[in-house]
Design a protein. Structure first.
Length: 917
RNA sequence: GCCGCGGUGGUGGAAUCGGUAGACACGAAGGACUUAAAAUCCUUUGGCCAGUGAUGGCUGUGCGGGUUCAAGUCCCGCCCGCGGUACCA
C-alpha cells in the first residue's frame, strides 16, 4: 500500500485528540520530566520553517522520555504582549487583543499540523487576565520586599520597617510620605528618577538589552538618554547569586560566558579623595589601586552629583554648558563620535599619599551608572585616560619598569612597579594586593566588588502590557489589595500618548482606584481622599515571560501562581530549548524572578532551567534570476552570467523560492509571479533556467520565506520533522535548503513498504543485529541531543532490513517505537500495522541487548607506517600476539614489507593494526 | 579591542574515547523500465597520476610547525568567517 501521509497524519492526529493522549496529569507515581520551548511571540506573519526547529527537537526528547516511563510536561503558550500588535493598532485602529487572538489561533493551527505532543489544555498566554494576575502579584511581592544584603535574600519590607522603628529614632518623626520615600530606596520593585533609554519614535523607554548600538532592537529607531520617574526591579542586588548560580547549571559555556560578561563582576577598591580648600570628599572606584602614584587628574561623569559640589565659580558656566551638551547627545551620537571631550571643574583633589594637587575634570567617558561615577585617571596605564591626557596635555607618569608610554598606554597587568613609593619593585599583582591592604588599614578606602549589571527598568509608556496594580496618593505609589487582582487593562479611545504626553492609559476614562469600594472607577471621581489616580505605565515584555514556566505546572490554579504540591513535583525545567538572542534579557530576568520567588518560599528550586540548549537559527536561502541590462525582459541562466557576452551585463533579482526547485526555475510560474515578468524570455544552455543562490536572513523582502504549512501539504509533517533534524546539529545555524528534502521523504516511503505482510516468525540473527544497532544508536543520539545523526541510522536500518526481506513483527514493531519520537504519525500507523491496538506513545522504549551486536570476527585495517593498505578478518577472540602473528603471515603483508623486518607492530585489539617499518 | 563559536567534496553534513576521513542525503553523470514524462530502481561520483581493465600509487579535513606507531580530533603560532559585547575604570 502506498504511503499516503495526508491520510495517515489526519487520521492519527484526530485519534490522539479524541483519546487525549497528550494530557498531562500531576498526580502519578511516575518520575516527572519537564521539557520546555521558549514560547513565541505570535506575529502576524505566522510561523516560518525556522520556528519549529527547536520545537521538533524538544518534541523528540519529550516523546523519548515518555517512552522511557517518565511523566513528561511539555507545554506551549504565547508571549502575547508586545509592540507589533500595538503599532498595528495605532495604524489600523484594530484592537491589539483582536489581532493577538487571531495570530495565536493561526499559530496553534500551524503547530497542530506538525504533530507536537503538547498538552494544549495547559497553554498560557501572557495577555490573559488569569495569567497576568500572577505577573501583577509577583510585582506586588517585589514591592513589598527588600534585599537583605547580610542574609543575601529578599525579605518582607515590614521587617525593615520594624528595624527602622527599633534602631532609628528619626523614623517615628517622619511623615508618612517621608517614610515611604525612604522605603522606596530598599524595595525590590521601586520607583525612582532614572536615566533611561528613551526612544521617541516608539514613545517608550527600553531596557538595556532592548537597545543595540544606540538603536532600538525592535524597529532600529534612535534612542536617547532621559531622566524619568520609572519603576525598576532591583536585579543588581542579585548579581552575585546570578553569577554563582551559573556554576550549578548545565548550559553551554558560551551562553554562561555571555551572562558572566553581562553581570560583569569586578573586584577593586573604593577610595576617598579630598577637595582642596573645600570640606568635600568624593569616592572613586578602581581595579588598579596599585597605580595610585600615577594619578595625574580625576574625572567625574557629567551626571555625577559631585560636579555641582566641586565646580568653582569661574568654571561653572563652562561646565554647565558641557553637561547640557552631553545630555542632548543620543547614545548613538556618543558612539559614532569618539572624540575626546571634557572640561576642567576648577577644583583640585589632594592625592592621599603624595599630597599633590590633582585637577578634577568632567567628561562623558566616565559613566554615571558604574562604580561611583568618578575615577582617578592614570594615563600611563589606561588607554582612555591616556587619550584624555594627550588631548588636554596632562602629565603621564609610567609606573611599570620598561613600559614605553610615548605612543600609547600600557594596560596589561604585568611587570615591576617603579615611581610608586612603597610599591616599588613589586609585581603588579602583588602591588594591587598590597595597596588594598594599605587602604583598608589606613581607612583611605575599602575593597569593593562592583557589578556591571544594572537594575531593570520596568515601566513602559505603552498600552499593550500588564497594568501596574498601583495607585498614587500624595505622589507616592500604593498597591491595590492582592485579592483585587487582576487589575484589568482598560479600554482606551486611542492607543497613542495623550496630548499632554501621558502614556496611552491616560486616554482611559475608567481608570481610578476607589479605596473604599476596592474597584476601578471613572477618573472623574478622583478626590485624592478615597479615590486616586492609577498608574499609567504598563509592564515591559519580559514581565510576562519571566515566570511563565511555573504557570504550566498548575495553570488552572486560581488561588496561587503555582501550588506547593505542583511545584514540588515538577520542581524546575529539566530541558529548556530556545535561541541565544535571549541570553542577556529573558534568561537573566527569569533567573532573577525565580530567585526572588525562591526567597519568598514560592518555588523550591533556586534556578529555573537546569539544562539549556540553544537551537541555531534557520537562515533563508534566496534564489536569484539574472536580468539582462538593457535587454527586453531577458533572463540569463546562472551558469552563463560569467560568460564574456553576459559578464557584468546582468542584474540579480530575488525570486520567490517557492517557484524554484533544486535551483531550477519554474518558468511558467515566474511569468505568472508578477505582471512585469509576463513575457520574460530565458537564455539557457540546456533549456533549464538555473537560478543563483545566497544565504540571507529569512524575510519577506528576500522572497525566501518557506511556510511549514506548504511543506506539510507537499511532503507531510513527518517529512518536515525528519528533514529539519537532518539538516544538521540542533545548535548550529543553517540555511533552509529544500534541495535535500526528497531524500528524507523517499526514506519514509521505503520504510513504510516494510510493513506489508507482517509475520510472527522468529527474526534472524542479522535482523536482530540491525535492530539492536539501531536501538543503540538512536538511544545514544537522543540522550545526547544529536538528532541529525539518527536519520542516517534509520536509513541504514531500513536498507538492511529491506535487503534481508525482513517482515518480522518482533523487529518491525520495535523499529516503529524507535521512529515514533521523530515521525510520530507514520510510526503510529506502523505500530498499528503490527497489530497493536494501543497508541505507540504508550509503548516502552526498546531494550538494547548487546549480545545481538557481537560478531565472531573483527575486520582489522592494517596500516604500514600509518597508511591503511588492506584489511584482514580475524577471530574476535584473538589476543595481541595472535593478531600480530596472523598479520605477519598474511600474503599482503609480504608485499608491503618486502625483505625489510618490521621495527614495531602496534595492535589495538578489536580496532586496528599498525606495522612500523 | 575583548569574549565565545566555527573552518571537512559541487552542497548539507558524518567520523560520539587519538585508530580505515568523506557515513547518510542532495546534486551531477550514465543506465534500466516507459510511446513519453513523472515515479521507481541500478552503477559511478574528493583531487591528481598510471593502466584497455580489474587495479595500483600519490595527495587530501583553512595555513605553518609540533607531539604520537597513528592527528579532522591533542599542543603552539597564524589566517579567515560567524555571533556577542564595548568608553564598565
Amino acid at each position: 500500500m502506498e504511503y499516503n501521509f495526508t491520510e495517515i497524519e489526519k487520521q492519527w492526529q484526530k485519534a490522539w485528540d479524541n483519546a487525549g493522549v497528550y494530557k498531562v496529569d500531576n498526580n502519578t507515581d511516575k518520575e516527572p520530566y519537564y521539557v520546555l520551548d521558549m514560547f513565541p511571540y505570535p506575529s502576524g506573519a505566522g510561523l516560518h520553517v525556522g520556528h519549529p526547529l527547536g520545537y521538533i527537537a524538544s518534541d523528540i526528547y519529550s516523546r523519548y522520555k515518555r517512552l522511557r516511563g517518565y511523566n513528561v510536561l511539555h507545554p506551549m503558550g504565547f508571549d502575547a504582549y508586545g509592540l507589533p500588535a500595538e503599532q498595528y493598532a495605532i495604524q489600523t485602529g484594530q484592537h491589539p487583543e483582536i489581532t493577538t487572538k487571531k495570530n495565536i489561533a493561526h499559530y496553534i493551527e500551524q503547530l497542530k499540523k506538525i504533530g507536537f505532543c503538547y498538552d494544549w489544555s495547559r497553554s498560557v498566554r501572557t495577555c490573559d487576565p488569569a495569567f497576568y494576575r500572577w505577573t501583577q502579584w509577583a510585582f506586588c511581592k517585589m514591592f513589598n520586599s527588600y534585599y537583605d544584603t547580610d542574609l543575601q535574600k529578599a525579605r518582607p519590607i515590614s521587617e525593615l520597617v520594624k528595624k527602622f522603628e527599633q534602631d532609628d529614632p528619626q523614623w517615628a518623626k517622619m511623615t508618612e510620605k517621608e517614610q515611604q520615600e525612604r522605603l522606596m530606596q530598599y524595595r525590590i520593585a521601586y520607583l525612582s528618577d532614572t536615566k533611561v533609554n528613551w526612544c521617541p519614535e516608539l514613545g517608550t523607554v527600553l531596557a538595556n538589552d532592548e537597545v543595540s548600538e544606540g538603536l532600538s532592537v525592535r524597529g532600529g529607531y534612535p534612542v536617547e538618554q532621559r531622566v524619568m520617574r520609572q519603576w525598576s526591579l532591583r536585579v543588581s542586588a542579585y548579581a552575585g547569586r546570578l553569577l554563582n548560580g551559573l556554576d550549578k547549571i548545565d548550559w553551554t559555556e558560551s551562553l554562561k560566558e555571555t551572562q558572566r560578561n553581562w553581570i560583569g563582576r569586578s573586584e577593586g577598591a573604593e577610595m576617598q579623595f579630598k577637595i582642596k580648600g573645600q570640606d568635600t570628599t568624593f569616592t572613586i572606584f578602581t581595579t588598579r589601586a596599585d597605580t595610585i602614584f600615577g594619578v595625574t587628574f580625576m574625572v567625574l561623569a557629567p551626571e555625577s552629583e559631585y560636579v555641582s559640589r566641586v565646580v568653582t565659580d569661574e568654571q561653572r558656566q563652562e561646565v554647565e554648558t558641557y553637561i547640557d551638551r552631553c545630555r542632548h547627545r543620543t547614545e548613538r551620537e556618543r558612539i559614532a563620535d569618539r572624540k575626546v571631550t571634557g572640561v576642567f571643574t576648577g577644583a583640585y583633589a589632594i592625592h592621599p599619599l603624595t599630597q599633590a594637587e590633582i585637577p578634577v575634570y568632567v567628561s562623558d567617558y566616565v559613566l554615571a551608572g558604574y562604580g561611583t561615577g568618578a575615577i582617578m585617571a592614570v594615563p600611563a596605564h589606561d588607554s582612555r585616560d591616556y587619550a584624555f591626557a594627550r588631548h588636554f596635555n596632562l602629565p603621564i607618569i609610567p609606573l611599570i619598569e620598561g613600559a614605553d608610554v610615548s605612543e600609547q598606554s600600557f594596560d596589561a597587568k604585568e611587570g615591576r612597579m617603579i615611581n610608586s613609593g612603597f610599591l616599588n619593585g613589586l609585581e603588579v599583582k602583588e602591588a594591587i594586593q598590597k595597596m588594598k591592604e594599605y587602604i583598608t588599614n589606613t581607612g583611605l578606602g575599602k575593597v569593593k566588588v562592583n557589578y556591571r549589571l544594572r537594575d531593570a527598568i520596568f515601566s513602559r509608556q505603552r498600552y499593550w502590557g500588564e497594568p501596574f496594580p498601583v495607585y498614587y496618593k500624595d505622589g507616592m505609589p500604593y498597591l491595590i489589595p492582592e485579592e483585587c487582582l487582576p487589575l484589568e487593562l482598560p479600554e482606551v479611545a486611542s492607543f497613542l500618548p495623550t496630548k499632554t504626553g501621558e502614556p496611552p492609559l491616560g486616554n482611559a476614562d475608567i481608570w481610578a482606584w476607589d479605596t473604599a469600594e476596592n474597584k476601578v472607577v471613572s477618573k472623574k471621581m478622583i478626590n485624592n481622599t478615597t479615590i486616586f489616580p492609577l498608574e499609567l505605565c504598563t509592564m515591559p515584555g519580559f514581565a510576562g515571560s519571566s515566570a511563565y514556566y511555573l504557570r504550566y505546572m498548575d495553570n488552572d490554579n486560581d488561588k496561587e501562581l503555582v501550588s506547593q504540591e505542583a511545584n514540588n513535583y515538577w520542581r524546575q525545567v529539566n530541558l529548556y530549548i530556545g535561541g541565544t538572542e535571549h541570553a542577556t534579557g529573558h534568561l537573566i530576568y527569569s533567573r532573577f524572578w525565580n530567585k526572588f520567588l525562591y526567597d519568598i518560599g514560592v518555588v523550591c528550586e533556586d534556578e529555573p532551567f537546569a539544562k539549556l540548549v540553544n537551537q541555531g537559527m534557520i537562515q533563508g536561502r534566496s534564489n536569484f534570476v539574472y536580468r539582462l541590462i538593457g535587454g527586453n525582459n531577458e533572463f540569463v541562466s546562472a551558469e552563463l552570467t560569467e560568460e564574456p557576452q553576459y559578464k557584468g551585463k546582468t542584474q540579480p533579482i530575488h525570486v520567490d523560492v517557492n517557484i524554484v526547485k533544486n535551483d531550477i526555475l519554474d518558468e511558467e510560474a515566474f511569468r505568472r509571479w508578477m505582471p512585469e515578468y509576463k513575457d520574460a524570455q530565458f537564455i539557457t544552455t540546456d533549456g533549464q533556467y538555473k537560478c543563483g543562490w545566497a544565504i540571507e536572513k529569512m524575510s519577506k523582502s528576500m522572497f525566501n520565506v518557506v511556510n511549514p504549512d506548504d511543506v506539510v501539504e507537499k511532503y507531510g509533517a513527518d517529512t518536515l520533522r525528519l528533514y529539519e533534524m537532518f539538516l544538521g546539529p540542533i545548535e548550529v545555524s543553517k540555511p533552509w535548503d529544500t534541495n535535500g528534502i526528497d531524500g528524507v521523504h523517499r526514506f519514509l516511503k521505503k520504510i513504510w513498504n516494510l510493513y506489508e505482510n507482517i509475520t510472527d516468525e522468529e527474526p534472524t540473527a542479522d535482523e536482530l543485529r540491525s535492530l539492536h544497532k539501531l536501538i543503540k544508536k538512536i538511544t545514544w543520539d537522543i540522550e545526547n541531543l544529536s538528532f541529525n545523526t539518527s536519520i542516517p541510522a534509520f536509513m541504514i536500518a531500513q536498507s538492511e532490513l529491506a535487503a534481508l526481506g525482513c517482515n518480522k513483527r518482533a523487529v518491525l514493531e520495535q523499529v516503529a517505537v524507535l521512529l515514533a519520537p521523530y515521525a510520530p504519525h507514520i510510526a503510529e500507523a506502523m505500530w498499528h500495522r503490527c497489530g497493536n491496538g494501543s497508541f505507540v506513545v504508550d509503548a516502552a522504549w526498546p531494550e538494547l541487548n548487546e549480545k545481538y551486536l557481537t560478531e565472531d570476527t573483527v575486520k582489522y585495517p592494517v596500516q604500514f607506517n600509518g597508511k591503511v593498505r588492506f584489511t584482514v578478518t580475524l577471530d574476535k577472540t584473538f589476543d595481541k600476539a595472535q593478531v600480530e602473528k596472523a598479520v605477519l603471515e598474511s600474503e599482503e603483508t609480504k608485499k608491503y614489507l618486502g625483505s625489510a623486518a618490521p621495527k614495531r607492530i602496534i595492535v589495538v585489539p578489536g580496532k586496528i593494526v599498525n606495522v612500523v617499518v
